[in-house]
Design a protein around this ligand. Sequence first.
Ligand SMILES: Cc1ncc(COP(=O)(O)O)c(C=O)c1O
Length: 491
Amino acid sequence: MRLFCPRPLRQFSSSSTSSTSSASTSTSVLAGLCASPASSAFSIAPPRSFTRSPSAPSRPRLFSSSAVMSTTKLKPAARVSGQRQDVWTIINEAAAASPKQPIVNMGQGFFGYNPPKFIIDAAKDALDRVECNQYSPTKGRPRLKKAIADAYSPFWGRTINPDTEVTITTGANEGMLSAFMAFIEPGDEVIVFEPFFDQYISNIEMPGGKIVYVPMAPPADGGERTSSAGEWTIDFDFLEKSVTPRTKMLVLNTPHNPVGKVFSRAELQKIADICVKHQIIILSDEVYDRLFFVPFVRIGTLSPEVAKLTLTVGSAGKNFYATGWRVGWLIGEPELLQHVSAAHTRICYSSVSPLQEACAIGFEQADKEGFWDESIKDMKGRMDRFNEIFKELDIPYSEPEGGYFVMANLSKVKLPADYPFPPHVASRPRDFKLAWFLIQELGVAAIPPTEFYTEANQKLAEDYLRFAVCKPDDVLELAKERLRGLKKFIE
Ligand SMILES: Cc1ncc(COP(=O)(O)O)c(C=O)c1O
């Protein structure tokens, strides 16, 4: 179980030097919700809890005559009571306790600068409008659905219907939870590539889904040379063999967190062929869709057969540097999307109104403002400037093809044999020790990616650390300066 409640890190605060941004700090919080019951078959049908049924006679409720509840009743459900500390808690607590303060936080993927002014102004204006401070329609504000349909129709080569093919959600995360709640019955299988975005796991487990992992492997010589993130690959035979009659969904993430890979058209076609053959729903998590440095293809646009099976997920938080706004969406054909909308209605009814309005204006104006192009240029600049330190230290890394994370391979860093790692770190793979060491000795926080693998496959990533470069220039520069301290530990 990987739910987490990160404590805000003490951060290095700064003023931005970006042309598109000003200074601010933020924290990111993700949350999960509860489960649905029922039976299953190998079909694309929603669980019964979201379909209307004649009212069944209700079971009598049983109340204890004693006013004192037994302690077992106060026990949390297994889905939230995992014993193992998650990566965010470990890294955040380590950062808070580090002698090197303030910590340079290159760990969590929140922006260290504000959205552009035209979007901030739109949010401020929305707060002054009565209708923007009240409930929005459950499927989202008409203006935002239309703005998204208009922005994405050119990619699909047809007009997306804003009323039936777009649903607004509370961040991409709640959108994905809604998709799993809409289709997964207990025992249904969902294929997830490793490394994965950790929220997928709890979101699939909550309705009782079974996760079938398919590892993505870095190049064998990833510790010796800088390679492209595109060289992290899937074994497609293994993927096909992982399909069973219970396989209901496959989760794809491109551009990928944490790897930075943008799946090629050929790779997407192979995945799509398998899904079409076995009628598997594709949940395509494309939250970094506006940050690509190589050609980016959306799997839902490959063919009408693939489109019928695909739910494409987006995030205004990622698109507009506003992860705290919690505005996301799904695009998909009505046959699938209607059930996601139904689940979303049950989970949170509707999403935050004034910020939906601001995002609508963001989409309407983004092209005119040159925002999408600027966004790519800006992030690629940060990426290249930050990665200079790895070149300087001769530390190989995976050159990202998209997104804002870079994976550096620290196999050359020799950790002192007698270093006093606490037991909860000492028992974890090497990347946790590397992360702990960097926090304690250099004051730089990064994320150990084995957290995003199953134990069986952790070996693949134990020499890597993930750095988020969506930070102001002075933070990036300070991180580089501190990382120079690694020199004396490099063999
Ligand atoms: C791959 C991936 N998907 C989804 C999300 C969640 O997006 P949102 O903040 O819109 O819920 C994240 C956030 O880090 C992510 O990295």
